[in-house]
Design a protein around this ligand. Structure first.
Ligand code: HEC
Length: 110
């Protein structure tokens, strides 16, 4: 029994080891140009957008945020804290009020 297990193990190892004739030569790698869809790089609004530009673009684009439905100030506050707690966004707590102000005035419900 033990020999059978060892034999099986050896044949799986053989399957997982790439056979050298199939390895592609490095010259098979070529460059390609890709046109990415345009997106606004920064939140508009000048200085009032500094806090959101500094804290919210590491993981997603401005479009991701600006295409959300309008929310109340408290819902935006929860959203920013969700980024911090659920997604570990490295956001300085001191920047949160400026971010929430920006969101409430550009995508707010009132
Ligand atoms: C550490 C990465 C990270 C940072 C930084 C970050 N987010 Fe997010 N955000 C995410 C992830 C992950 C999702 C969920 C994406 C998905 O569902 O496809 C998300 C989703 C969102 C959504 C969509 C609604 C939702 O709850 O899923 C909004 C709005 C949003 N983020 C706003 C912000 C704002 C405002 C900031 C700055 C305060 C921010 N994010 C910073 C990771 C981040």
């Amino acid at each position: 029994m033990r020999n059978v297990i060892i034999a099986l193990g050896t044949s799986f190892a053989a399957l997982l080891t790439p056979a050298s004739p199939q390895v592609q030569p490095a010259s098979a790698i070529t460059s390609t140009n890709v046109e990415l869809p345009p997106g606004d790089a920064l939140f508009p609004g000048g200085a009032s957008a500094d806090a959101i530009n500094n804290n919210c673009l590491a993981c997603h684009s401005t479009d991701m945020v600006l295409n959300q439905p309008a929310l109340s100030r408290s819902a935006w506050d929860s959203e920013v804290h969700k980024m911090i707690k659920a997604y570990r966004a490295p956001i300085d707590e001191g920047d949160v009020p400026a971010i929430v102000d920006y969101l409430a005035s550009t995508k707010g419900t009132n």
